[in-house]
Design a protein around this ligand. Structure first.
Ligand SMILES: Nc1nc2c(ncn2[C@@H]2O[C@H](COP(=O)(O)OP(=O)(O)O)[C@@H](O)[C@H]2O)c(=O)[nH]1
Ligand SMILES: [Mg+2]
Length: 405
């Protein structure tokens, strides 16, 4: 059918096969609610879509005793999923949690389909999005680190496939050889990264005395859009997860006051820790900044969860003690969804105020509502950022006459 084919992006790759079909699988643990898992799967579906897969069906399994070490979801559920994917021509099964090598093998063998877990999916998206040598090396390093502890399980799988009389699968020795190859590659990539890091360190040092402001936030919150609005530069912004991997830094001037603004990769719940480790140098931009603008998609019903994930990740990076403005973005969307059209302006203002107050107390930082896309409340936002920058200059150069304001 002609409909099965569409022209690939910009025609570069010629014809692209129709998007792949996926089913999603999540488990509800003892301390979790079904609702929570549904929301997690919403996010997983968005991740799958970003990677090019359409979700056909979701499976949620209650596992009060924790996941099964063999099939993760239990044999009964696995059989049910097997029937569905074989009847419906599904290409892959995506799990919201990370699987062990052993679980992956067992499931792959039963389903005869690609088995993908959350980390693999995120790593795959990152691999596709990486543009610079630095990002590419960082992703490859994370992928190999993820693979290393799973090699044994994967080998067992190969062993079984090859198995037969007189065919003893690979022994410890061969697994060890493979491990060594992966380890060698890891150390090679590390060296390569160190070299690149050194270059970017020098670059950062050369930026001189300007105050550095970093945009941080959950993926898709609107960081790149805000960067574009503030600096009039064209950073790639898209309604997809992880549109931006590489750090972009721009010099911005607010009424004679210059500063550096950086936009970088966003965070997400359960971001594979190897990825954070590998992206440490990209995230140095965040760690070395003077002020954080924590951008939040206020129209997302899980925005508080998002704020907490970002704050935890900042803590992991040891970047949580900086002056921070919580930027509640997409206020246009939020109000379209939450406010009745006929609501009086005064009441709207009150409701906005209440929300701001609540978050201010909850997170103990400045809060402002904006729409980066519709450019709403940008004047107040600029004034607030300017105030923070002046404070940062004063703190850094207490005895100097300021030339900036
Ligand atoms: N309605 C609305 N959409 C926005 C706003 N800011 C960003 N977006 C959209 O949200 C999506 C993600 O934005 P992006 O800047 O790429 O997010 P990032 O991942 O944080 O860099 C894009 O489709 C933007 O157009 C806003 O204030 N209002
Ligand atoms: Mg972005």
């Amino acid at each position: 059918m002609a409909d099965d084919w569409k022209v690939g992006k910009k025609g570069k790759k010629g014809l692209k096969k129709k998007d792949e079909k996926a089913v999603l699988v999540g488990i509800v643990r003892q301390d979790q609610t079904l609702e929570q898992i549904e929301e997690y799967l919403d996010e997983l579906e968005f991740l799958a879509l970003t990677a090019g897969a359409n979700t056909i069906k979701r499976y949620i399994q209650k596992m009060s005793g924790g996941p099964s070490s063999k099939t993760f979801i239990g044999q009964g559920k696995a059989d049910e999923i097997e029937d569905f994917i074989k009847e419906n021509d599904i290409d892959m099964v995506i799990f919201d949690d990370d699987l062990t090598g052993k679980q992956t093998n067992i499931l792959e063998k039963q389903f005869e389909r690609k088995i993908i877990d959350r980390s693999t999916l995120i790593l795959d998206i990152f691999a596709n999005r990486a543009q610079t040598a630095q990002a590419k090396t960082q992703v490859e390093l994370a992928q190999l680190k993820y693979l290393l502890p799973r090699l044994r399980g994967l080998w067992t799988h190969l062993e079984r496939q090859r198995g037969g009389i007189g065919m003893r699968g690979p022994g410890e020795q061969e697994i060890e050889t493979d491990r060594r190859i992966v380890r060698d590659k890891i150390s090679l990539l590390r060296k390569k990264l160190d070299k690149i890091d050194l270059q970017s360190q020098t670059q950062r040092k050369n930026r001189g005395e300007l105050i550095r402001v970093a945009l941080v936030g959950y993926t898709n919150a609107g960081k790149s859009t805000l960067m574009n609005t503030l600096s009039k530069s064209q950073v790639f912004a898209e309604n997809k997860l992880f549109a931006t991997l590489d750090t972009t830094v721009r010099k911005v001037v607010f009424e004679n006051m210059p500063f550096l603004l950086s936009d970088t990769v966003g965070f997400i719940r359960k971001l594979p820790h190897h990825l954070i480790e590998s992206f440490k140098s990209t995230l140095d931009e965040v760690r070395e900044s003077d002020i954080l603008l924590h951008v939040v998609d206020i129209s997302h019903h899980q925005y508080e969860d998002h704020i907490n994930t970002v704050m935890q990740t900042l803590k992991d990076l040891e970047a949580h003690d900086k002056p921070t403005i919580l930027v509640l973005n997409k206020v246009d969307l939020f109000e379209k969804r939450q406010f009745d059209e006929l609501l009086e302006e005064e009441i709207k203002t009150d409701l906005r105020g209440e929300m701001k107050e609540k978050l201010m107390n909850q997170y103990d930082c400045e809060v402002i509502m904006i729409s980066a896309l519709k450019k709403e409340n940008m004047e107040a936002f600029r004034a607030l950022v300017k105030e923070k920058i002046i404070a940062a200059y004063q703190k850094r150069y207490p005895y100097r006459t300021m030339q900036y304001y």
